[in-house]
Ligand binder design. Sequence first.
Ligand code: GRF
Length: 213
Amino acid sequence: MMKAVCLISGAGTNLEAILKHIDKEKLNLSITSVISDNPKALGLKIAKKFNIDTHAFNFEKYKDIRIFDDQLEAYVENINPDIVILAGYMRILSKSFCSLYSGKIINIHPSLLPKLKGLNTYQRALSNNELYHGSSVHLVVNEIDSGSVIIQFRTKIKSSDTVSSLRRRVMEGEYIIYPMVISYLANENLKIINEEPYLFGKKLINPIVIDDF
Ligand code: GRF
């Protein structure tokens, strides 16, 4: 069985969705450790509820980001995971970390990448009068919210939508698409070769799009 670590910074609801899939044996993966850059992250409590080891680095206390990066890398290296899952992890991984786990790190970002990289995507989608919004599961490379996109969840923006209604809908989609991609990786149906995704043996040229309409 593949071994994964999960990096979080906040609520950990995606982590919870993944752990529920594992519990229900819909996902054949062992999450060895949940690591946070914030000791107060609620997701750490979720991990404990599922009896997963946790570790928190208090990012705020580090005067030198390189020391934080080195310690995080050393901690993860000691676990030697097959997959690194970013679930609401709000820091940029170091170049060294990205190259060490090249093709093994995945992230979920709340936008239809390459649109709306960065923060406040819900507000920006509404202000831009976008027709659609959603979330993307993508490979992590050493550039923010870049790397090949594997799956997207897409929803139509309604005229009545607010940031919170849109976020709620998109996150429900995240709880479906993220465990799905992780399961493809864990079962080796998804393979990453030279930073390019191959799904069921075929190069994935465009992301799979799951619409909720
Ligand atoms: C998710 O919406 C994800 O798209 C983004 O951060 C959020 C994390 O939420 N990267 P949670 O911590 O999983 O609840």
